[in-house]
Design a protein around this ligand. Structure first.
Ligand SMILES: O=Nc1c(NC[C@H](O)[C@H](O)[C@H](O)CO)[nH]c(=O)[nH]c1=O
Length: 164
């Protein structure tokens, strides 16, 4: 029996007052689109209004940390602060070390942004050695794995509400 993952979904949180940003990279679009759909689906299941799910994109995963900061700052300046943000990216290993450096730098900076921005910054970056690993984690291979975007939506709601 699989032991990984969040297990049974616990819809105890009411997301109806939340404003959640999703910022996604545009590399590996088919996989990104599936992850994005999964995150939005779960946010709505927690009651987050569609009008309160704000979606933006950046070129690639390397742009996610700074793009997230600019996105959060802009929404705050507009008087519509975000309660959480979900950066989504898909990194797939190529033939060079480019992958490793982007994964490490992006992951570390996204972690720091939780503390710098003061809102939950969910880790929605797939760091895959093969395309198949990425397809599976986006729920695109039937019977293989669930769509990890759903987990990210659930994490955003819980982290935005639980410790208030
Ligand atoms: O190289 N592979 C990938 C990638 N490279 C681009 C990088 O994120 C950035 O946009 C450029 O270097 C410009 O700064 N970006 C991804 O999201 N996934 C990849 O698999």
């Amino acid at each position: 029996m699989a032991v990984k993952g969040l297990g049974q979904l616990d819809l105890e949180y009411d997301g109806s007052d939340l404003r959640v940003g999703i910022i996604h990279a545009r590399w590996n679009k088919k996989i990104i689109d599936a992850l994005l759909e999964g995150a939005v689906k779960r946010l709505k299941e927690f009651g987050v209004k569609e009008s309160n799910i704000i979606i933006e994109s950046v070129p690639g995963s390397f742009e996610l940390p700074y793009g997230s900061k600019l996105f959060v700052d802009k929404q705050k300046a507009l008087g519509k602060p975000l309660d959480a943000i979900i950066p989504i990216g898909v990194l797939i290993k190529g033939s060079t070390m480019h992958f490793e450096y982007i994964c490490d730098a992006t992951t570390r900076q996204l972690m720091k942004l939780n503390f710098e921005l003061g809102i939950p910054v969910i880790f929605g970056v797939l760091t895959c050695l093969t395309e198949e690993q990425a397809f599976a984690r986006a729920g695109l291979i039937p019977g293989k794995m669930h769509n990890h975007g759903e987990d990210w939506g659930a994490a955003a709601v819980e982290m935005a509400i639980k410790f208030k």
